[in-house]
Design a protein around this ligand. Sequence first.
Ligand code: SAM
Length: 246
Amino acid sequence: MSFAATVLTLYPEIFPGPLGISLAGRALAEGTWSLGTVQIRDFARDRHRSVDDTPAGGGAGMVLRADVLAAAIDNAAVDGPPHRPILAMTPRGACLTQSRIRMLASGPGVIVLCGRFEGIDERLFEARGIEQVSIGDYVLSGGEVGALVLLDACVRLLPGVMGAASSGDDESFERGLLEYPHYTRPVEWEGRTIPEVLRSGDHAKIAGWRQAQAEIDTRSRRPDLWARHSGARVQPPSGARHEKDE
Ligand code: SAM
């Protein structure tokens, strides 16, 4: 059974975009996964095809209507394989992680709702059992780029997409660490040489060096990951102070 993705968007022409080339594009052409888009506007109820309205309580911008989105979601749910999780892209959601991506990639597929404007009527999430997900602590102009990120991360994990040689098991986040650094020829470039151990041919020594580098880099670059990995308490970065400390 292939992984079936359906994206609900006001801009279906964005897809497949980068997912139509390279590994994901080949897998799409081979039927390892499928991608459908739904134009949210097709589910509008008035002759102006409105999908949004002004925010309750006032304020700038427009909010995507729950009734229109629910109709689009219900249609997508009956139109594809059963039991696909429904995800909405929103900066208010839980940040996507490699482990969540692995779980999604091992399932039947996903229905992904892309927001626009100020966002989505909150009542929709509970009413349709929607998981709210974010791709990071910054604000995009729409959920489509986030959906591309989510699908790219899932598709490369599908069986056969990366090829037998690369299972992805060694990569950043898989074992709670960042990956070790990589080098390739030439051995010397602009006065910098590849670490001697990587040229030694001693596989045990190389594995030890890589593990040590992964730990050093995770500790210095991502103290949050390191704390989780090592079970240590997270130390706020030096100099960082909370507002209430001011
Ligand atoms: N008013 C919203 C807020 O402050 O939380 C931001 C709305 S944003 C301009 C429009 C849409 O972009 C959102 O509904 C969401 O679909 C998408 N979006 C923006 N940032 C995102 C992020 N970090 N992760 C996932 N989706 C995001």
